[in-house]
Design a protein around this ligand. Sequence first.
Ligand code: UDP
Ligand code: MG
Length: 326
Amino acid sequence: MSKLKLSVVVPCFNEQDGIFELSRRVTEACKKAVDKSYELILVNDGSTDATWEKMCEISRSDRQVTSINLSRNYGHQIALSAGLRFCKGDRIFIIDADLQDPPELLSKMMLQMDEGCDVVYGQRNKREGETAFKKASAFAFYRILNWFVDINIPKDTGDFRLISRKAVEVLNNMPEQHRFIRGMVSWIGMRQEPIFYDREPRFAGKTKYPLTKMIRFAIDAITGFSILPLRFATWFGVFTGLLAVALLLFVVIENLLGNTIEGWTSLALIILSLGSIQLFVTGVLGEYLGRIYIESKGRPLYVIQEILNSDNFETIKIGSYKKNEE
Ligand code: UDP
Ligand code: MG
């Protein structure tokens, strides 16, 4: 089998209204960039609408489209990981299903990669059709994240990027369960370059990242790349210790001056603030402990229920893919 030049990986969750348009535009962009030497991999992440049925329709009419059905909803980053492990191309193009990122940029990204880099990542100039809250939270997220982590995770980037086979192999060999893929890609190093573009509004449907998922995503990102929060306890300890010394001096002086202090307010304040700091720090410890626990179980990242492609029209394949053992 001749080696494919390009694989496109698209994680999809409840994207029934946009999936045809997505495959049309991506296919067009691929043909322009590499003619026929590509595969399109659609990963259905446990959608509850007709996304899977539509994917099957696309796969049946186009031999270059493979549809993978995960056994349930695993989340964006895991669905993406599934596609990355499955694809065979020499370069891998990652794009969301909602067409917020233009597939037409592919040719330019390919040219940029020809010059010798391993990752060409899309960096947003502006975001259209997103709420002020989403923009503000994304803005804050990337800045706070970079304050926490040592590696440089570029600001205002998503998973929209072109990655070399070499880099994807490294990624596929990272076993962690909590995956923050754009951070993991940064961690790899090698030569990575941005390509700037404007982010469009969603083609159809609505965002699959409500506030709760966004918070979970942010916690995964920070805890996955930094142990700085674990050191909070030490800092808080130093801070409250200094405060205690100051307070002690104050109390002694007041006492020598003959002033008796009515202590209730200050005591309540101290108890409350120390209590909340302790709980917070315990919570942070819990976050990391929980992650160690989950990793220690060594479960597969996901379960594939079925795969539909040109040589496998109706076969159901149940199996899990972990590390490199496919
Ligand atoms: N997605 C997924 N599983 C999920 C949530 C999202 O596969 O549990 C996919 C979704 O279909 C889309 C991509 O991940 O292709 C990014 O999601 P979305 O566009 O909703 O995120 P946003 O752009 O609003 O941050
Ligand atoms: Mg989107």
